[in-house]
Design a protein around this ligand. Structure first.
Ligand code: NDP
Ligand code: 8X3
Length: 258
């Protein structure tokens, strides 16, 4: 039987690249996001190209009730989820603390922290049932950020949400130890996806500037690393992994040529 992976935020960026990477490895996929047209397109593309089964769940991770309804609507044969990747997330705005918008702060906290909690809590009973009945333990991968390791200017609440993802990953690893679950936090540095376009409210030229003068990570780089984390022997868990392009040392230091 194929292994099942659930990837939140698969309509773009890392999530979409991870869907392709895990599909090539033979996984059946549960892909989620709010944009149903993109989910359906991805479902068609992957199932015709790789012959994998793909199930879509369209819901907003901020909505507690919708998250549980969506996960609990999974048919029996889709409930044995081996890997959950909590990837859905965003930054909204890049402003000094005193100038930042409260709505942006709510949006980031609700998506990056509460959204991750709701989906994990909804999926966990399925993953625990498999491992508690003697099957292989499940694996949760949380997508954090270098912003969850160092706080930078105008990063205030986005950085705080990613610090929370860092803390929650440690907490999950401790509390889920007795259920033989692996918990991995992956913290990428700058990567060119729709991330900056979303953060800068659709300003394409400002978003492009973020990646000028150096080579950032690609979404495929992050997908490859996530796949690697799942490819190790059953007794080996990568707990915490930071990756950046070779042009970046951490949140502060970028080697830009222009
Ligand atoms: P993208 O904007 O390309 O993708 C974000 C994904 O998250 C989309 O699929 C989007 O789907 C989904 N999403 C956002 N809000 C919600 C919501 N409320 N409910 C459901 N899904 C949602 O960005 P990335 O691929 O770059 O980002 C993925 C993750 O990686 C995020 O957690 C981000 O913080 C993190 N990250 C990004 C880095 C970067 O430089 N790009 C570096 C480090 C971490 P939809 O809009 O269809 O709902
Ligand atoms: C996204 C990377 O540096 O914009 O998490 O915070 S950064």
């Amino acid at each position: 039987m194929s292994r099942i992976i659930m990837i939140t935020g698969a309509t773009s960026g890392f999530g979409k690249a991870m869907a392709f990477r895990f599909a090539t490895a033979g996984y059946d996929l549960i892909i989620t996001g709010r944009r149903n047209d993109r989910l359906e397109l991805l479902q068609k593309e992957i199932s015709s190209k790789y012959n994998n089964a793909v199930y879509t769940l369209c819901y907003d991770v901020r909505d507690r009730e919708a998250s549980f309804l969506a996960v609990n609507s999974l048919p029996e044969e889709w409930r044995k989820i081996n890997v959950l990747i909590n990837n859905a997330g965003l930054a909204a705005g890049r402003d000094y603390f005193e100038e930042a918008s409260l709505d942006d702060w709510d949006l980031m906290i609700d998506t990056n922290v509460k959204g991750l909690l709701y989906t994990t809590k909804a999926v966990l009973p399925f993953m625990m049932a498999a491992s508690d009945s003697g099957g292989p333990g499940g694996h949760i991968i949380n997508i954090g950020s270098t912003a969850g390791k160092e706080v930078y200017e105008k990063g205030n609440t986005y950085c705080a949400t990613k610090h929370a993802v860092n803390a929650l990953s440690q907490a999950m690893r401790i509390d889920l130890l007795r259920h033989q679950m692996k918990v991995t936090a992956i913290h990428p540095g700058a990567a060119e996806t729709e991330f900056s376009l979303v953060r800068l409210k659709g300003d394409t030229s400002l978003a492009a500037k973020v990646y000028e003068g150096y080579k950032p990570l690609s979404e495929e780089d992050v997908a490859e690393v996530a796949f690697y984390c799942t490819s190790l022997p059953a007794h080996v868990c990568i707990n915490d992994l930071v990756l950046t392009s070779t042009s970046q040392a951490n949140s502060y230091y970028l080697n830009k040529t222009t």
